[in-house]
Write a protein that binds this ligand. Structure first.
Ligand SMILES: Nc1ncnc2c1ncn2[C@@H]1O[C@H](COP(=O)(O)OP(=O)(O)OP(=O)(O)O)[C@@H](O)[C@H]1O
Ligand SMILES: [Mg+2]
Length: 303
């Protein structure tokens, strides 16, 4: 009776963001897992005509797995609200806030949640003054991208401007962030639950595109190696981080623990990767939730 319950489901993937390829991979995995459970699911590679198509094909709901701009930033959410088509994940406001790393940080800081010091970079920035203020190294990142696209670790003062110019190719908003040196963790929200913490270990300077999707050198630990009470502390912090930006349904927050043992919030994703080697499925598995059960639970967030 599951299929009756959900009706005709569009698995919305692809899109026009830089993360298109990643989304197509996530979408294919989700589609296969839904179809394996007899759900009337159809893959939809979203283009600018996606709304007309969804209406014409009489879809009852959307499993949204479009990463990045268009799909993860409130745009598709607002359009689907108008069409009255239910969708997975959070709504317009939480999506828009979470996609924008500057807005996310402002809200976290306003809620007294820890996140690295930062400056907004523009072509006119006094790059040397920013180096003096933040110290080195500095992480430079586009404000609205994912998959580590356009990011540079700046180790020498004269590199900052180049790093800015590189990031600016992807986005008009560019952030310079104080580098946090320490273990990296990621924490998943699924419905009301915070799943087990994963620790990632990379060979490169940071968890870049190569380390995320190509390298077999990246190591994942779940259990993450923290003491029980530390993991609980981190899960509690993650919960606050999600709540602050009004995320519900599902999501993933990235955290680095500095040398003093303090957890620093890096960023949050509202449509995280769902390939069979992505982080959310890994955390789910550690909680005894299979990939098929996971996609079903995410689909339920559309109800
Ligand atoms: N301030 C920082 N200090 C040290 N490393 C950082 C910092 N910010 C980001 N990183 C590293 O860069 C990686 C990518 O950064 P971030 O999560 O902000 O970008 P993203 O492209 O949005 O990621 P995602 O693919 O998770 O959406 C992090 O996983 C971490 O390894
Ligand atoms: Mg990240």
């Amino acid at each position: 009776m599951i299929e009756k319950h959900f009706g005709k489901v569009a698995v919305l993937m692809g899109g026009w963001a830089a993360e298109r390829e990643v989304s197509l991979n996530s979408g294919a995995a989700v589609l296969e897992a839904l179809q394996a459970q007899d759900i009337d699911a159809h893959g939809v590679d979203a283009d600018r005509n996606v709304l007309t198509m969804l209406k014409k094909e009489k879809f009852d709901r959307v499993f949204n797995i479009m990463h990045g701009r268009g799909g993860e930033d409130g745009n598709i959410q607002g359009a689907l609200d108008i069409l009255q088509i239910p969708y997975t994940g959070c709504g317009v406001m939480a999506s828009a806030l979470s996609m924008n790393k500057l807005m996310t940080k402002r809200i976290w800081l306003g809620a007294n949640l820890p996140t690295p010091a930062y400056e907004v970079l523009t072509a006119d920035s006094d790059f040397i003054a920013i180096v003096n203020k933040l110290g080195l190294p500095i992480m430079v990142k586009p404000g609205n991208e994912g998959s580590s696209i356009g990011m540079t670790k700046v180790k020498h003062p004269e590199q900052l401007q180049k790093a800015y110019e590189h990031a600016a190719q992807y986005d008009s908003l560019v952030l310079a962030e104080q580098w946090v040196s320490g273990d990296e963790y990621t924490i998943t929200l699924l419905g009301e639950d915070i799943l087990p913490v994963i620790r990632l270990e990379v060979q490169s300077d940071f968890y870049d595109y190569e380390a995320k999707y190509k390298s077999d050198q990246t190591k994942y630990y779940c259990p993450c190696g923290l003491k029980d009470e530390e993991e609980k502390e981190l899960q509690a912090l993650a919960k606050l981080a999600f709540q602050a930006v009004a995320i519900n349904g599902w999501g993933r927050v990235d955290v680095i623990r500095d040398q003093k043992g303090k957890f620093c919030l890096i960023e949050v994703n509202t449509v995280p990767g769902m390939t069979d080697h992505s982080l959310v499925p890994m955390a789910a598995e550690a909680a005894g939730i299979s990939f098929e059960q996971l996609v079903l639970r995410i689909l339920e967030t559309s109800i």
